[in-house]
Every structure is written in C-alpha cells, then in structure tokens.
Design a protein around this ligand. Structure first.
Ligand code: UD1
Ligand code: UDP
Length: 362
C-alpha cells in the first residue's frame, strides 16, 4: 500500500504534538500512514493518547521497546527502512528530538525519492551531553523541510548554514493541540477531585536522563521541590514517568511527603493540572511550552533550556536543582502577574506545515 505522507512517531510528546498535523491530513484528505516505532509502549505513555486524541491506529508498530541508544536507534532504522520500501511516500514527517526522530530521519533521508520534514526544528540547548541535543542537530542537518516554531529557532538554523528556502516558521503544533483540547479538558476531567487537589497545589514533572539517572541530582531535585513546597504551603503532585519511577526504586529513594506520586496522566487531565496549578516544576520540554501557553508560572529544573522564548516572555525561570535556587525562582515567579505573550504561534502550525508541503486545502 502506498501513502503520500508517512509519520514516524514513537513517544508521548510526538503523539501529542503530531496529533494536529494528523487531523489536518484527515481534513484535507491527504493519504497518510503512521509508523509507530514502539519506543513508548506502556498504555499510559502511548495508547491512551491515541484514544483520547481520536487518532487512527498506526498501520505499523515496530515494537522496538527500550534498550541502549545504539541498539534502540539501530533497530528502528532497519525496521523503518523496510516499511518505507513498501510505502514509498513522498515525505516522511518527524517531530522533536527523540531517538525515534533520529531513526526516522536517517532511514528516510538516504532513500531515493523520499523527503524528510522536521517539525520543531532549530531548538538548541547547546548542551551536547543531552541525547536530545544530538538527535535534534542531526535531524535538522539531514532534513529537506525545516519547520522551526519561532524566529529564534529559524535564526539558529540559518546560523548553522542551512538554506533559508528549506525553512518555514510555523509556530509550535503544541499550541494547536492545547487550543483544540483545553476547553474539552475542563469539561470532561475530574482530575482535581480525584487527586484531592481542591486547595492550591504545585505540579512536578521530572524524567530527563541527566536528572533522574543520577542519584545525587535526583535527590537534590526532590529535596528542592519539597522544601519550596513547604515554604509556599503547597501540596505537590508528581505524575511519574516510568523512567523516573524505575530510578526511584533502583536508588531506594524515599520521596518526601510533600510530593504526591501519581500515575502518568492522560492529556486532558494533565492539561487541567497544568492550567490550575499555582506553579509548575519541570524538566520537560513540552511542559515549559504548555505552561507558557496556559499562563501558568513555571520553573525549569535544569541548567539550560532549548525553549529560551519561555524565559524571555517571563513565563519560565531556569533554576537548576539546588534548593535555594528553586525556592528563589518560585518566589519570584509567584510575584509576577501571568500576562505574558505566547511566543509559539497562533495554533495554525499544522496548516502551515501541510501548506508548505503542497497538500492544499480541499
Ligand atoms: C524519551 C526521549 C526524551 C523524551 C521522553 C518523553 C530519547 C533519547 N529520549 O525519554 O527526549 O523527553 O521520551 O517522555 O529519545 N519505559 C517504560 N514504558 C515505556 C517507555 C519507557 O516503562 O513505554 C521505561 C523503560 O524502563 C525505559 C525508560 O523508561 O528504559 C526510558 O525510556 P526511553 O524511551 O529510552 O527514554 P525516555 O526517558 O522515555
Ligand atoms: N503529559 C501528559 N501526562 C503526563 C505528563 C505529561 O499528557 O503525566 C504530556 C504533556 O502535556 C506534554 C507532553 O506530555 O504535552 C510532554 O512530554 P514529556 O514531558 O514526556 O516529554 P518532553 O516534552 O520533555 O520531550
């Protein structure tokens, strides 16, 4: 079977951020297929989003699962190549900076007659120890179409010598996803009462390898969040990513009582948590963007960010994991009236991507 457009996706954020582009293909009758690498496979990181966002079941699931970077990426490349041989699409779209993105890009870019589009191109943390930084740089330099979300990310691509005619600033598809779902989320979700969060609360997400795979850093992060929560009189809810959960049990960490561990949330429940939280503590890329869009103050538990726009508009502070820095950042963020501009576009990123690829409105 042949489709004009193939999506390669594999993790929670890719499913969420590609959902508006997939829906727009459906609206425009663009023939497409979904190739799911299986990098994420637990229901709460995977199938729950297909159901809730009403996405079609992927035509292919490569079931690659978890392993080392090389083994996981290598398996994906070989299997994606085999699917692309069969599908022979015009274009492969990838989104973001995961190993699935790297694999989809490498497999497709070497095949004759197939072009690659990178959604969310041009982000840089300038920290090459992060696997994501390596993935996004390589994907940008192999792709044919580059879809940076902002002028800042466009400028970065140009500074790296990529031709301007390959680049289209689209906004971030997460704005499309948030605007399409936030009202529905408030109508349908009972998450606040289910988690007993009727009072002021903070929301924590932490899953990044450099934070949770290092016992000392993970302990400091939890200590910082719990001390800050205590000072502010806040309960903190932490929907825990399986990677972090595994590390907590491996390191034998006792999570401080101010932090309530809960299962990873579905998208609608998570949007409500982000929207209603007093403050969000995170090391996630997508969460920095969503809190900025939803006008919720955020502190980022890292030493850098590839989303500097969130800091520039005043929605986010980069605070690291030291207790005094986190406490200061939160105090400052809570003083600010949340009325910053959303730097990530007007919620039409999916339309702009398909327009650029020449899949016109029917
Ligand atoms: C990956 C991405 C990261 C992204 C995150 C989104 C890379 C290098 N990292 O990190 O950029 O922010 O996804 O959430 O691509 N696990 C499960 N169930 C699953 C998937 C993973 O239990 O469905 C556990 C396994 O123990 C696995 C660990 O989580 O070893 C890490 O999974 P992996 O996909 O390698 O990286 P993430 O930390 O999820
Ligand atoms: N998310 C979710 N439930 C959760 C935590 C996060 O639906 O319990 C969503 C969140 O709304 C955002 C995305 O997952 O759209 C972010 O994914 P993640 O933090 O795993 O990855 P990153 O953005 O850091 O790559």
């Amino acid at each position: 079977m042949s489709s004009t457009l193939n999506f390669v996706l594999g993790t929670r954020p890719e499913i969420i951020k590609l959902s508006p582009v997939i829906r727009e293909c459906q609206r425009r009758d663009v023939p497409f297929s979904l190739i799911h690498t299986g990098q994420h496979y637990s229901d709460e990181l995977d199938s729950v989003f297909f159901e809730q966002l009403e996405l079609p079941t992927p035509e292919y699931n490569l079931c690659v699962g978890s392993s080392t970077h090389g083994e996981q990426t290598g398996k994906m490349i070989a299997e994606i190549e085999a699917v692309l041989e069969e599908e022979r699409p015009e274009v492969v779209l990838v989104q973001g900076d995961t190993n699935s993105v790297l694999a989809g890009t490498i497999a497709a870019t070497k095949m004759d007659g197939i072009e690659v589009g990178h959604v969310e191109a041009g982000l840089r943390s300038f920290d090459r120890n992060m696997p994501e930084e390596v993935n996004r740089r390589l994907a940008d330099h192999a792709a044919d179409y580059l879809f940076p979300p902002t002028k800042t990310s466009e400028n970065q691509l140009i500074a790296e010598g990529l031709p301007e005619e390959w680049i289209t600033v689209t906004g971030n598809t997460i704005v499309d996803a948030v605007t399409q779902n936030v009202e529905i989320a408030h109508e349908r979700s009972d998450v606040l009462s289910e988690l007993g969060l009727e009072e002021r609360f903070g929301l924590l997400t932490a899953h990044r390898a450099e934070n949770v795979d290092d016992c000392e850093r993970f302990l400091s992060l939890l200590d910082a969040v719990s001390k800050t929560a205590k000072q502010q009189g806040l309960a903190v809810v932490y929907p825990i990513h399986p990677r972090a959960e595994k590390q907590i049990s491996e390191f034998g960490i006792d999570v401080p009582e101010e932090i309530q561990l809960v299962e990873p949330q579905d998208f609608l429940d998570f949007l409500v948590l982000e929207d209603e939280a007093e403050i969000v503590f995170t090391d996630s890329g997508g969460v920095q963007e969503e809190t900025c869009i939803l006008q919720t103050p955020c502190v980022t538990l890292r030493d850098n960010t590839e989303r500097p726009e969130t800091v520039e508009v005043g929605a986010n502070q980069i605070v690291g994991i030291e207790p005094s820095d986190v406490a200061t950042g939160v105090r400052e963020m809570l003083k600010i009236e949340p009325e910053w501009e959303n730097p990530f576009g007007d919620g039409t990123a999916a339309q702009r991507i398909l327009d650029k690829l020449g899949y016109d409105q029917k």
